[in-house]
Design a protein around this ligand. Structure first.
Ligand code: B12
Length: 219
């Protein structure tokens, strides 16, 4: 990781929200782009913490604090995403972590990347039941639904959500993309999703592809 990202990375690891925000503001008001910060600092730091968690080198409270820092950083990044933004509107997205699952970090990163790409993103949060997803997708006239699941147990709720979306008479054109630590391409195909991506950067590319040809009318 580049030395200039050390401050942000350390703030995430040590759970210091204020320091994280200050370091991010410093970088973004300089010559660092939000996307670069995401890929070259935030993602690798969280991946490293995930690995350490598996080896019991870090524990749940540290991860919860890290997630809070990343949330603070996300809010700080938001205004920078619109500066000089001349990209076309690519479509409306509804994103959620499925019922029973409270993991938000990966979903939030995907949400951020989709916004950077040019999508209007409505984030329903975590632990969202299938019917709430469907209701929001219908009322927002979304083009794409993104579902995240991090646990083997919650994969099944993802499958339920896709099934209910597919059965809804008003949603015959809806595209569905899935992802998260518990999900792979095979599972995505099995439950009838249109797309899968293993990380946030790929998610933005897949989303663009899935929504090609839709009417780009701001909703
Ligand atoms: C951080 C974390 C937590 C935090 C979450 C904080 C938060 N606000 O999100 C806390 C501490 C709360 C937590 C709680 C729990 N956790 Co946890 N947690 C993790 C951990 C270490 C990292 C997850 C993470 O954020 N990774 C970093 C992000 C960036 O990666 P990601 O989520 O995979 O997302 C990327 C891609 O998957 C993809 N992606 C994600 N979503 C989507 C969506 C779409 C549409 C697309 C296209 C792509 C995509 O893009 C992202 C960016 O590149 C993982 C282990 C791991 N290494 O993954 C365990 C893990 C997921 N947790 C686990 C468990 C068991 C739990 C608990 C049950 C623990 C407990 N005993 O209480 C609870 C669950 C409670 C619940 N009901 O959900 C297990 C799940 C086991 C399994 N396979 O079923 C794991 C795998 C740990 C382990 N090795 O056992 N956890």
């Amino acid at each position: 990781m580049d030395e200039k990202f050390a401050g942000v990375s350390e703030a995430i690891i040590s759970g210091e929200v204020d320091t994280g925000i200050k370091e991010v503001e410093k970088l973004l008001s300089g010559d660092v782009e939000a996307q670069t910060l995401l890929h070259e600092c935030i993602e690798p730091t969280l991946d490293m913490m995930g690995e350490q968690f598996s080896k019991m080198e870090v524990f749940l409270p540290e991860l919860i604090n890290a997630a809070e820092v990343v949330d603070g950083i996300r809010e700080t990044m938001a205004p920078y995403l619109n500066v000089g933004d001349e990209r076309a509107y690519l479509g409306t997205v509804v994103i959620a972590t499925v019922y029973g699952d409270i993991h938000s970090i990966g979903k939030n990163m995907v949400s951020l990347m989709l916004q950077l790409e040019g999508f209007k993103v409505h984030d329903l949060g975590v632990d969202v039941n299938a019917q709430s997803v469907v209701n929001q997708v219908v009322s927002l006239k979304a083009d794409l639904v993104c579902l995240s699941a991090l646990m083997l147990t919650t994969k099944l709720f993802m499958s339920d959500t896709v099934e209910i979306l597919r059965k809804h008479p008003a949603l015959s054109n809806i595209k569905i993309m899935v992802g998260g630590g518990a999900i792979d391409e095979e599972w995505a195909a099995e439950i009838g999703a249109d797309g899968y991506a293993s990380d946030a950067a790929r998610a933005a590319k897949v989303a663009r592809k899935l929504t090609e040809g839709i009417r780009r009318e701001q909703k």
